[in-house]
Design a protein around this ligand. Structure first.
Ligand code: 5GP
Length: 228
């Protein structure tokens, strides 16, 4: 199956509504149901190799689709220029991260690129889902595997580069890492690319706008076909 087929076969997000044609402002009465309210919102987990553009796609969604809530991770990494505490990450000390782990406050956490710890605060995710608001986690593969253990009903989406060469170009082009860090990230990326088959759906990030649109359709879709 080609990459473009992967997603197309999984999406059916059509919504059917009935209206009274004589009086469009009045809804046609529907038979009583045992429904107790809207379906609970679904958690979507976005993972993929380093520098594939997960953060950029997530930022595009934050800007264009404010109804979708995106988790803010805690990290022990130092902020980059223009990164804001509480917006891009919760930048915490090693001691504070230890405390969060010990208190069971993280849904998942991992050491990423052998460099820093990153984790998803659990309570905000549970609160948003309970409110019926779709939630998105943008995390690494180790974290995605942990979430699959605890919340297997989530959608697991793999963001893939159009090619390995393009991935390397993006990593070098970003220019925010040292040569040693880049080597480490490419090593991690090789392992991460091999994990694509563990995911429900692959989105190829050839264009940020299109990848964001495809991801939003998935986030709002009630169920991925073939998944119980
Ligand atoms: P960066 O340092 O470039 O912002 O992110 C490095 C990596 O950490 C990215 O692959 C990103 O997906 C991952 N990451 C960010 N937040 C989390 C998190 O809460 N948990 C895990 N497991 N990985 C995360």
């Amino acid at each position: 199956m080609s990459r473009t087929e992967t997603l197309a076969g999984s999406l059916d997000t059509g919504v059917t509504m009935t209206m009274d044609s004589e009086n469009p402002s009045r809804e046609t009465p529907q038979p009583p149901t045992t429904d107790t309210g809207p379906d609970p919102a679904r958690l979507t987990v976005l993972a993929g190799p380093t520098a594939v553009g997960k953060g950029t796609v997530a930022a595009a969604i934050r800007e264009r689709f404010p109804d979708i809530w995106i988790s803010v991770s805690a990290t022990t990494r130092k902020p980059r220029p223009a990164e804001v505490h509480g917006v891009h990450y919760l930048f915490v000390s090693d001691e504070e991260f230890d405390r969060m782990v010990a208190a069971g406050e993280l849904l998942e956490w991992a050491v990423v690129h052998k460099a820093a710890r990153y984790g998803t605060p659990k309570q905000p995710v549970l609160d948003k889902l309970a409110e019926g608001r779709p939630a998105l986690l943008e995390i690494d593969l180790q974290g995605a595997r942990q979430v699959r253990e605890t919340m297997p009903e989530a959608h697991f989406v793999f963001l893939a580069p159009p090619s390995w060469d393009e991935l390397v170009r993006r990593l070098v082009g970003r220019g925010t890492e040292t040569a040693e860090e880049r080597e480490r990230r490419l090593e991690t990326a090789t392992l991460e690319l091999a994990a694509e088959k563990e995911f429900d759906v692959t989105i190829v990030n050839a264009s940020v706008r299109e990848a964001a649109d495809q991801l939003v359709k998935l986030i709002r879709s009630p169920q991925i076909s073939g998944k119980s």
